[in-house]
Design a protein around this ligand. Structure first.
Ligand code: LLP
Length: 413
């Protein structure tokens, strides 16, 4: 649990706010985020880079709430986007287009045009078709687009198969063995400035070794491209480090990871870009939920809560583990139970076979480490309004997204 969260006399606090008070006032399910926890991690990245020229481009997909984007922009972060919608969010939040890199394997012409018109920093391109399209759209506008080709370095990230991206068999990037020929052919595209190389080998990586190996391969590639006359100026190394979800799980230290990256890039004069998402916001966030019922089927014990896979899909989708804590410790002993939501799917669980406090209907629980890919992946399945989001700052909090209403559910139909 992040140090912003702690028990005081059996009551769980975030910063100076008792989470049970937030849940009572704002209702459940409810996402809460600690401002100080987010800023502490951003600063860890910034400070570790020291004098190495760099940009920390927050991966908006992890959590695109406007208030969080504004907070990060004010503290000097840039942004990594993967859609026109994410660019719209960044601009709406006051982020600068010039701080934005556009990643993703399937950018549409409309999205590329929007990004060019707004003047983003650059594109991480994933195919020759995309290079050609960006060139055409840049020519029409009389501009030059800054481009890094996303390289597939063929490094195994050893993470969940759905979020591992750096192997030849994945849809992402261009094989490192073929990429130099791609740069050569791109010389013909006069409205592209081929000045970067990029990669991203996966997310939730707990062993930094494969990330550093990929980074090393990219530095060497940048050097080879320079020898061929390309003015390579930046290196985009993709997402940040993984985070601990399970008790006892350890994750790479941001400081040590970035220091190792800087050592690899030292002397190259390359500007190093990083696109951390999860490591900035995951541990800063919790999902608050209320126990609706207890129930036993055969030998199995169920705790039915008002949050579900529509609010946090990670357990259902990736078999992910999220810690579950009571907002008030009642000292009634522990039980082993499945913590499940109201959605009509057996896959709708937040935890299975988990030892938790012996809760009663009405009790409040926190699902931990939920700040990244939580609300961002929430849905309206079963016509469930998406939850309220709250940002906690010291002894204050503000609602940064209201709970959806039934009217919100049918808007546009
Ligand atoms: N850059 C690119 C190109 C990415 O595809 C991603 C994540 C990131 C940066 C940010 O990576 P991070 O620092 O957050 O590890 N929904 C999944 C995670 C999907 C990650 C997709 N790409 C989950 O809940 O675990």
């Amino acid at each position: 649990m992040d140090s912003a969260y702690r028990y005081e006399q059996d009551t769980l606090y975030c910063e100076q706010v008792a989470l049970a008070d937030v849940a009572s006032r704002e209702g459940t399910p409810c996402y809460v985020y600690s401002k100080s926890a987010i800023l502490r991690r951003l600063r860890a990245y910034q400070e570790a880079f020291g004098s190495t020229p760099h940009a920390i481009c927050y991966a908006v997909k992890a959590n695109g709430n406007l208030s969080l984007l504004r907070l990060l922009a004010e503290e000097g972060a840039g942004f990594d986007i993967v859609s026109g919608g994410e660019l719209f969010r960044v601009l709406k939040a006051g982020g600068k287009a010039s701080s934005v890199v556009f990643s993703g394997v399937g950018k549409t012409a409309d999205e590329i045009a929007y990004a060019l018109d707004q003047g983003i920093y650059g594109f991480n391109c994933e195919s020759e078709g995309e290079l050609a399209l960006i060139d055409t759209l840049a020519e029409r506008r009389g501009v030059t687009a800054r481009v890094a080709v996303r390289v597939n370095p063929d490094v195994d990230a050893a993470t969940h198969p759905y979020i591992s991206t750096g192997l030849r068999e994945h849809k992402f990037g261009i094989d490192i063995a073929e990429v130099e020929a791609v740069y050569e052919r791109a010389r013909a595209l006069k409205h592209l400035s081929m000045e970067g190389v990029s990669c991203h080998i996966g997310s939730q990586i707990l062993d930094p070794a494969p990330m550093l190996e990929a980074a090393g391969r990219l530095v060497a590639l940048a050097q080879r491209l320079r020898e061929k006359g390309f003015d390579i100026r930046h290196l985009d190394l993709g997402g940040g480090v993984g985070v601990p979800y399970r008790p006892g799980e350890s994750s790479p230290s941001i400081t040590e990871f970035v220091t190792a990256l800087c050592a690899l890039a030292e002397g190259s004069g390359l500007r190093v870009l990083l696109e951390p998402g999860r490591s900035l916001v995951a541990e800063a966030g919790m999902l608050l939920t209320r126990v609706l019922y207890r129930k036993r089927n055969g030998k199995k014990e169920f705790v039915i809560v008002d949050a579900s896979m529509t609010d946090l899909i990670r357990p259902a989708l990736y078999g992910a583990y999220h810690g579950i804590l009571p907002l008030r410790r009642a000292h009634r002993g522990v039980i082993r139970a499945d913590v499940v939501g109201p959605v009509c799917e057996t896959g709708d669980f937040l935890a299975r076979g988990r030892e938790i406090d012996n809760v009663l209907p009405g009790d409040l629980l926190a699902v931990c480490t939920a700040g990244a890919y939580g609300f961002a992946q929430a849905s309206n399945y079963n016509a469930r309004p998406r939850p309220v989001e709250v940002l906690i700052d010291g002894d204050n909090y503000s609602v940064i997204r209201t709970r959806e209403s039934y009217d919100d559910l049918v808007r546009g139909e």
